[in-house]
Design a protein around this ligand. Structure first.
Ligand SMILES: Nc1ncnc2c1ncn2[C@@H]1O[C@H](COP(=O)(O)OP(=O)(O)OP(=O)(O)O)[C@@H](O)[C@H]1O
Length: 276
């Protein structure tokens, strides 16, 4: 039986409370707190090694914070295994592609669905045993919907490992979406993409958010994309939070400019041209 949880419009879908993470002597995260509101696109930015992936791994369950708590829909998930978090509705993609290269696109997405069944959707499982054919049809319909949405119909039978990089990233997103998560964690979804692929990916993320109702927590280096599609942004630097807020406010923050964007205060300005 599912535990009852406190969920209302005021409850953030995700909260990190004073999270610290150490690897031996390395302080990957120090005292980081933030909250993601239900329905928003929230991005984490910061220089290399700032702790972004570590933070997302604490949310997905791959890493366990040394100190602090992670709450999902008001429930403490800090010590919960990854699989159970997925069953609660936390899905993710990885910085480095994690597809089954030898399998078809369709099978890769089906794997996402099977994970959904295995992860405690007991009713579905019983149904599967009792009426496998109807379940399979429903399953396929969902998968086809995702394939249509991500515009990968033309490669559905292709072997995933042989696709161009941008398409593989899209298939990986499809697999994460197949879990039907409430919160989707995207680790550098645009990495290695050309401009057109980035624009497509940005549109898919917006649609996932607006039409599919998924809350998005994203790490992304492309500042243009981050500023375009995020409602709020958190900036990490050396494992600490240095700013959080709407994109424009964060961009204008002097601390952020110095620490992250490298726009030092002493920026050299060109002498103005003499006006005749
Ligand atoms: N598994 C690990 N073992 C030891 N140190 C780690 C591990 N994972 C991360 N770190 C260290 O923690 C710090 C934060 O790394 P993290 O990968 O979270 O940063 P990031 O902001 O995601 O960087 P990037 O933008 O390069 O992906 C770094 O100093 C990194 O070397």
């Amino acid at each position: 039986m599912r535990e009852s949880v406190r969920v209302d419009a005021e409850t953030p879908i995700l909260e990190a409370e004073r999270v610290s993470l150490r690897f031996g002597g390395v302080r990957a995260l120090t005292d980081v707190s933030f909250a993601v509101r239900r329905g928003e696109i929230f991005s984490i930015i910061g220089p290399n090694g700032a702790g972004k992936t570590s933070m997302v791994n604490c949310v997905s369950g791959r890493y366990r914070p040394t100190e602090g708590r992670i709450l999902f829909e008001g429930r403490d998930i800090t010590r919960m295994p990854t699989r159970r978090r997925a069953a609660l509705g936390i899905g993710r993609t990885f910085q480095n592609l994690a597809l089954f290269g030898h399998m078809t696109v369709l099978d890769n997405i089906m794997v996402g669905r099977h994970h959904l069944l295995r992860s405690g959707f007991l009713r579905g499982m019983v149904y599967w045993l009792g009426g496998a054919q109807r379940e399979e049809i429903a399953h396929r319909r969902e998968v086809e919907e995702i394939i249509d949405f991500l515009e990968i119909q033309h490669v559905r039978k292709a072997v995933a490992g042989q696709l161009p990089y941008g398409l593989r990233k899209r298939v990986e997103l499809a697999r994460a979406v197949a879990l039907r998560p409430k919160l989707i964690l995207l680790d550098e979804p645009m990495a290695g993409m050309n401009l057109e692929e980035k624009e497509d990916m940005a549109r898919y993320i917006l649609d996932l958010n607006e039409e599919w109702g998924m809350t998005v927590l994203m790490i992304e280096h492309d500042m243009g994309v981050v500023m375009d599609i995020s409602q709020r942004v958190m900036v990490l630097d050396f494992g600490r939070k240095i700013a959080e807020g709407p994109p424009e406010a964060v961009l204008a923050d002097e601390h952020v400019k110095r620490a992250y964007l490298g726009e030092a205060d002493e920026a050299v300005s060109e002498p103005e041209e003499a006006v005749a």
